[in-house]
Design a protein around this ligand. Structure first.
Ligand code: NAD
Length: 252
């Protein structure tokens, strides 16, 4: 039977573990995933999250800024699973973390940005569509609060957060880092992901394809279950801290 002890044993001696995280690692921080039982796709049409729709619909853009900067905009904090990823990094057993998440909670939990590849972007910046002029979130929030419902760049272009929408290129710096982490890994742990979104999934599947130890921690099935050395069903916030603790007491 697959257990935490069996997962730790499978990862014994590994010093370059790739962490691959998805929306499920952040649900315990209050952020819904896309495909889980209470996932966003149950109520929202994925078509709305395309670059084409964002550019074409000013009302949609205004709604996005309102959700981000408005009075009732939620604020999220890292949970025990994000902290466990940062802790694993500190024990020097990790090559890096590839995340599909855009929420920034890995960094908030203390993982250094150099150890992280946010392949779908993040909510920490805003850039213009035409020329990529970068703006701080604080500066654009100020303008929004000052009465601009859809702030524009100084060049006149539409502004957008640095989150990747459907139909956009993935950020090159992040994909280069993810590629290097994947090639340098000697094992992988996937947490809170259906491992079904491509090309992101390739970074972890590349490790499994080399017959290296591959542990999946997820609530519910994933598309890569057949490739897993060990697969544990449960909450990331329970399972990952236990696994990291079990790895810490190993003599490598
Ligand atoms: P997904 O929605 O396809 O799958 C999430 C998986 O996590 C599901 O199997 C779900 O059952 C499981 N899960 C939910 N809560 C869990 C928990 N507490 N512990 C363990 N497992 C849990 O997510 P994905 O694979 O990341 O792909 C979705 C896409 O959505 C990604 O491209 C990502 O960019 C984006 N997304 C990001 C966020 C975020 O930044 N937090 C949130 C929603 C969606």
């Amino acid at each position: 039977m697959d257990t935490i002890e069996a997962a730790a044993a499978a990862l014994h001696g590994r010093k370059n573990i790739l962490l691959f995280t998805g929306a499920g690692i952040s649900t315990e921080s209050g952020i819904p995933d896309f495909r889980g039982p209470n996932g966003v796709w149950k109520t929202v049409d994925p078509k709305n999250f395309t670059l084409r729709h964002y550019l074409a619909d000013e009302g949609f853009r205004q709604q996005r800024w309102r959700r981000w900067f408005g009075e009732d905009s939620p604020s999220y904090r890292p949970n025990a699973a994000h902290k466990a990823v940062a802790q694993l990094w500190q024990t020097q057993r990790m090559v890096g973390c590839v995340t599909q998440n855009i929420d920034g909670l890995h960094v908030d939990a203390g993982l250094p940005p150099s150890a992280l590849a946010e392949v779908h972007g993040n909510v920490r910046g805003i850039a213009c569509i035409e020329l990529g002029h970068f703006h701080s979130v604080a500066a654009i929030r100020e303008r929004w609060l000052g009465g601009e419902p859809d702030p524009r760049c100084k060049c006149g272009s539409i502004l957008k957060s640095t989150v990747v929408l459907f139909g956009e290129q993935l950020p090159t710096a992040a994909t280069n880092r993810a590629h290097a982490f994947s090639l340098g890994a000697d094992a992988a742990i996937a947490v809170g992901s259906t491992i079904s979104v491509f090309p992101a999934a390739e970074y972890v599947l590349g490790v499994a394809d080399r017959n290296l130890p591959f542990v999946i921690l997820n609530m519910g099935p994933t598309d890569a279950d057949e490739l897993a050395t060990i697969r544990l069903d449960g909450k990331a916030g329970d399972l990952l801290p236990m696994l990291v603790e079990a790895l810490e007491v190993q003599t490598v």
